[in-house]
Ligand binder design. Structure first.
Ligand code: FPP
Length: 253
Protein backbone atom coordinates (compact mmCIF):
# COMPACT_ATOMS: atom_id res chain seq x y z
CA UNK A 1 0.00 0.00 0.00
CA UNK A 2 1.29 3.48 -0.70
CA UNK A 3 0.28 6.78 0.81
CA UNK A 4 0.21 9.99 -1.14
CA UNK A 5 1.13 13.21 0.52
CA UNK A 6 1.04 16.53 -1.32
CA UNK A 7 3.90 18.92 -0.76
CA UNK A 8 5.41 21.93 -2.42
CA UNK A 9 8.65 21.18 -4.21
CA UNK A 10 11.05 23.99 -5.19
CA UNK A 11 8.67 26.40 -3.43
CA UNK A 12 6.38 26.53 -6.47
CA UNK A 13 5.54 23.28 -8.10
CA UNK A 14 2.93 21.28 -6.28
CA UNK A 15 3.77 17.60 -6.35
CA UNK A 16 2.97 14.47 -4.53
CA UNK A 17 5.26 12.10 -2.76
CA UNK A 18 4.65 8.38 -2.61
CA UNK A 19 5.60 6.44 0.46
CA UNK A 20 5.30 2.68 0.25
CA UNK A 21 3.84 1.82 3.62
CA UNK A 22 5.19 -1.71 3.55
CA UNK A 23 8.75 -0.44 3.03
CA UNK A 24 9.05 2.15 5.77
CA UNK A 25 12.30 2.22 7.80
CA UNK A 26 11.71 0.40 11.07
CA UNK A 27 13.99 2.67 13.08
CA UNK A 28 14.36 6.38 12.30
CA UNK A 29 16.86 8.49 14.25
CA UNK A 30 16.90 12.28 14.10
CA UNK A 31 19.48 14.91 15.01
CA UNK A 32 17.20 17.87 15.65
CA UNK A 33 19.39 20.84 14.71
CA UNK A 34 18.90 24.50 13.84
CA UNK A 35 16.74 25.77 16.71
CA UNK A 36 19.14 28.64 17.43
CA UNK A 37 19.28 29.74 13.79
CA UNK A 38 15.49 29.54 13.48
CA UNK A 39 15.20 31.97 16.39
CA UNK A 40 18.01 34.24 15.20
CA UNK A 41 16.34 34.68 11.80
CA UNK A 42 13.30 36.00 13.61
CA UNK A 43 15.27 38.26 15.92
CA UNK A 44 14.31 36.07 18.88
CA UNK A 45 16.46 34.62 21.67
CA UNK A 46 17.90 31.13 20.93
CA UNK A 47 15.58 29.48 23.43
CA UNK A 48 12.56 30.55 21.38
CA UNK A 49 13.80 28.07 18.76
CA UNK A 50 13.98 25.28 21.33
CA UNK A 51 10.47 26.11 22.51
CA UNK A 52 9.13 25.93 18.97
CA UNK A 53 11.10 22.70 18.45
CA UNK A 54 8.87 21.00 21.02
CA UNK A 55 5.90 21.22 18.62
CA UNK A 56 7.99 19.80 15.77
CA UNK A 57 8.77 16.84 18.06
CA UNK A 58 5.06 16.13 18.34
CA UNK A 59 4.58 16.46 14.57
CA UNK A 60 7.28 13.92 13.86
CA UNK A 61 6.02 11.52 16.54
CA UNK A 62 2.51 11.69 15.15
CA UNK A 63 3.69 11.25 11.55
CA UNK A 64 6.00 8.36 12.46
CA UNK A 65 3.22 6.54 14.27
CA UNK A 66 0.96 7.08 11.26
CA UNK A 67 3.61 5.76 8.85
CA UNK A 68 4.07 2.68 11.04
CA UNK A 69 7.70 3.42 11.96
CA UNK A 70 8.56 1.10 14.86
CA UNK A 71 11.27 3.11 16.64
CA UNK A 72 11.95 6.86 16.60
CA UNK A 73 15.09 8.06 18.37
CA UNK A 74 15.42 11.81 18.91
CA UNK A 75 18.70 13.48 19.95
CA UNK A 76 17.35 15.93 22.51
CA UNK A 77 20.46 16.60 24.64
CA UNK A 78 24.02 15.39 24.08
CA UNK A 79 26.79 14.90 26.63
CA UNK A 80 28.49 17.85 24.87
CA UNK A 81 25.46 20.14 25.33
CA UNK A 82 26.52 20.67 28.98
CA UNK A 83 29.08 23.14 27.52
CA UNK A 84 26.27 25.58 26.68
CA UNK A 85 25.44 28.55 28.94
CA UNK A 86 23.67 27.49 32.13
CA UNK A 87 20.56 29.50 31.25
CA UNK A 88 20.17 27.58 27.97
CA UNK A 89 20.77 24.21 29.68
CA UNK A 90 18.17 25.06 32.31
CA UNK A 91 15.72 25.92 29.55
CA UNK A 92 16.43 22.71 27.61
CA UNK A 93 15.95 20.64 30.76
CA UNK A 94 12.44 22.01 31.19
CA UNK A 95 11.36 21.01 27.67
CA UNK A 96 10.57 17.33 28.29
CA UNK A 97 8.08 18.37 30.98
CA UNK A 98 6.59 21.03 28.71
CA UNK A 99 6.31 18.56 25.84
CA UNK A 100 4.66 15.92 28.02
CA UNK A 101 2.32 18.41 29.64
CA UNK A 102 0.90 19.30 26.23
CA UNK A 103 1.24 16.07 24.30
CA UNK A 104 1.11 13.07 26.67
CA UNK A 105 -2.64 12.54 26.05
CA UNK A 106 -1.98 12.36 22.28
CA UNK A 107 1.00 10.07 22.87
CA UNK A 108 -1.29 7.73 24.83
CA UNK A 109 -3.95 7.89 22.14
CA UNK A 110 -1.37 6.95 19.52
CA UNK A 111 -0.16 3.97 21.58
CA UNK A 112 3.40 5.40 21.77
CA UNK A 113 5.83 4.02 24.33
CA UNK A 114 8.44 6.43 25.74
CA UNK A 115 11.96 5.41 26.76
CA UNK A 116 15.29 7.20 27.06
CA UNK A 117 18.87 6.48 26.09
CA UNK A 118 21.75 8.25 27.83
CA UNK A 119 22.84 8.91 31.40
CA UNK A 120 19.41 9.46 32.91
CA UNK A 121 20.54 9.67 36.54
CA UNK A 122 22.65 12.78 35.90
CA UNK A 123 19.65 14.81 34.70
CA UNK A 124 18.05 17.38 37.03
CA UNK A 125 15.43 15.93 39.39
CA UNK A 126 12.47 17.76 37.81
CA UNK A 127 13.42 16.49 34.33
CA UNK A 128 13.80 12.90 35.56
CA UNK A 129 10.50 13.08 37.39
CA UNK A 130 8.54 14.25 34.33
CA UNK A 131 10.17 11.76 31.99
CA UNK A 132 9.89 8.85 34.44
CA UNK A 133 6.19 9.60 34.81
CA UNK A 134 5.76 9.31 31.03
CA UNK A 135 7.87 6.14 30.87
CA UNK A 136 5.68 4.52 33.52
CA UNK A 137 2.45 5.78 32.00
CA UNK A 138 3.31 4.52 28.49
CA UNK A 139 5.06 1.27 29.47
CA UNK A 140 2.26 -0.99 28.23
CA UNK A 141 1.81 0.79 24.89
CA UNK A 142 3.01 -1.38 22.04
CA UNK A 143 2.99 0.99 19.08
CA UNK A 144 5.84 3.34 18.17
CA UNK A 145 8.80 3.25 20.57
CA UNK A 146 9.93 6.83 21.16
CA UNK A 147 13.49 7.00 22.46
CA UNK A 148 14.55 10.36 23.79
CA UNK A 149 18.34 10.61 23.74
CA UNK A 150 18.90 12.69 26.86
CA UNK A 151 22.42 13.28 28.12
CA UNK A 152 23.49 10.86 25.41
CA UNK A 153 26.98 10.45 23.91
CA UNK A 154 28.00 7.64 21.55
CA UNK A 155 31.60 7.41 22.76
CA UNK A 156 30.47 7.42 26.38
CA UNK A 157 27.97 4.65 25.58
CA UNK A 158 30.70 2.48 24.04
CA UNK A 159 33.11 3.12 26.90
CA UNK A 160 30.39 2.35 29.43
CA UNK A 161 29.67 -0.92 27.63
CA UNK A 162 33.38 -1.85 27.71
CA UNK A 163 33.56 -1.14 31.44
CA UNK A 164 30.51 -3.30 32.13
CA UNK A 165 31.90 -6.08 29.94
CA UNK A 166 35.25 -6.01 31.78
CA UNK A 167 33.37 -6.13 35.02
CA UNK A 168 31.27 -9.11 33.90
CA UNK A 169 34.39 -10.91 32.65
CA UNK A 170 36.04 -10.18 35.99
CA UNK A 171 33.23 -11.81 37.93
CA UNK A 172 32.92 -14.68 35.42
CA UNK A 173 29.46 -13.69 34.15
CA UNK A 174 30.91 -13.47 30.64
CA UNK A 175 33.85 -15.14 28.92
CA UNK A 176 36.04 -13.20 26.49
CA UNK A 177 35.61 -15.98 23.91
CA UNK A 178 31.83 -15.63 24.02
CA UNK A 179 31.95 -11.89 23.36
CA UNK A 180 30.73 -10.99 19.89
CA UNK A 181 28.84 -8.10 18.25
CA UNK A 182 25.46 -9.37 19.38
CA UNK A 183 26.56 -9.62 22.99
CA UNK A 184 28.21 -6.21 22.77
CA UNK A 185 24.85 -4.81 21.62
CA UNK A 186 23.31 -6.00 24.88
CA UNK A 187 25.53 -3.60 26.80
CA UNK A 188 24.36 -0.52 24.89
CA UNK A 189 21.48 1.74 25.91
CA UNK A 190 19.69 0.51 22.78
CA UNK A 191 19.91 -3.10 23.96
CA UNK A 192 17.38 -5.23 22.08
CA UNK A 193 16.50 -2.53 19.54
CA UNK A 194 17.11 -2.74 15.81
CA UNK A 195 19.87 -0.41 14.54
CA UNK A 196 18.56 2.76 12.85
CA UNK A 197 17.71 2.27 9.18
CA UNK A 198 17.52 5.99 8.51
CA UNK A 199 19.23 8.90 10.24
CA UNK A 200 17.99 12.41 9.51
CA UNK A 201 19.86 15.60 10.40
CA UNK A 202 18.22 18.97 9.95
CA UNK A 203 19.63 22.47 9.34
CA UNK A 204 22.12 21.60 6.60
CA UNK A 205 24.82 20.22 8.92
CA UNK A 206 26.25 16.90 7.79
CA UNK A 207 27.91 15.18 10.70
CA UNK A 208 27.10 12.58 13.32
CA UNK A 209 28.03 14.58 16.43
CA UNK A 210 28.58 11.55 18.65
CA UNK A 211 25.10 10.12 17.98
CA UNK A 212 24.59 6.32 17.79
CA UNK A 213 28.19 5.69 16.67
CA UNK A 214 28.07 1.89 17.00
CA UNK A 215 24.46 1.54 15.86
CA UNK A 216 24.80 3.61 12.65
CA UNK A 217 27.33 1.32 10.94
CA UNK A 218 24.88 0.61 8.07
CA UNK A 219 22.39 3.42 8.52
CA UNK A 220 21.26 5.51 5.55
CA UNK A 221 21.83 9.23 6.17
CA UNK A 222 19.50 11.95 4.91
CA UNK A 223 20.21 15.64 5.34
CA UNK A 224 17.83 18.55 4.93
CA UNK A 225 18.29 22.32 5.13
CA UNK A 226 15.01 22.56 7.03
CA UNK A 227 15.59 23.96 10.52
CA UNK A 228 14.20 21.74 13.26
CA UNK A 229 11.29 24.02 14.32
CA UNK A 230 10.07 23.93 10.69
CA UNK A 231 10.22 20.13 10.49
CA UNK A 232 6.87 18.50 9.88
CA UNK A 233 5.11 15.54 8.32
CA UNK A 234 5.96 16.67 4.79
CA UNK A 235 9.69 16.71 5.45
CA UNK A 236 9.52 13.30 7.11
CA UNK A 237 7.62 11.99 4.10
CA UNK A 238 10.33 13.31 1.78
CA UNK A 239 12.96 11.50 3.84
CA UNK A 240 10.98 8.25 3.81
CA UNK A 241 10.47 8.50 0.08
CA UNK A 242 14.18 9.01 -0.54
CA UNK A 243 15.05 6.17 1.81
CA UNK A 244 12.87 3.91 -0.28
CA UNK A 245 14.94 4.69 -3.36
CA UNK A 246 18.22 3.72 -1.72
CA UNK A 247 19.77 0.30 -2.42
CA UNK A 248 21.07 -1.14 0.83
CA UNK A 249 23.70 -3.83 0.42
CA UNK A 250 25.19 -4.04 3.94
CA UNK A 251 28.62 -4.64 2.41
CA UNK A 252 27.37 -7.36 0.05
CA UNK A 253 26.67 -7.08 -3.67
C1 FPP B 1 20.15 21.86 18.38
O1 FPP B 1 19.89 23.14 17.86
C2 FPP B 1 19.08 21.46 19.28
C3 FPP B 1 19.25 21.11 20.57
C4 FPP B 1 20.55 21.03 21.23
C5 FPP B 1 18.10 20.79 21.41
C6 FPP B 1 17.06 19.97 20.76
C7 FPP B 1 15.84 19.99 21.56
C8 FPP B 1 14.59 20.12 21.05
C9 FPP B 1 14.31 20.20 19.63
C10 FPP B 1 13.42 20.13 21.92
C11 FPP B 1 13.43 18.86 22.70
C12 FPP B 1 12.11 18.50 23.07
C13 FPP B 1 11.85 17.48 23.88
C14 FPP B 1 10.48 17.05 23.99
C15 FPP B 1 12.88 16.81 24.70
P1 FPP B 1 20.92 24.29 18.11
O2 FPP B 1 20.57 24.98 19.36
O3 FPP B 1 22.32 23.74 18.11
O4 FPP B 1 20.69 25.18 16.85
P2 FPP B 1 21.76 26.07 16.08
O5 FPP B 1 22.80 25.12 15.52
O6 FPP B 1 20.96 26.73 15.02
O7 FPP B 1 22.34 27.02 17.06
Amino acid sequence: MSMKFPFIKNNKQKEETDVELDHVPEHVAIIMDGNGRWAKRRGLPRVAGHKEGVHAVNKVVRASAKANVKILTLYAFSTENWKRPKSEIDFLMKLPKEFLHIYLPEIMENNVKIQTIGEFDALPGHTKEAVQYAIDKTKDNDGLLLNFALNYGGRYEIMRAIKQILNDVDCSKLSVDALDENIFNNYLYTNGQKDPDLLIRTSGEQRLSNFLLWQSAYTEFWFTDTLWPDFDEKVLWQALEEFQQRKRRFGGL
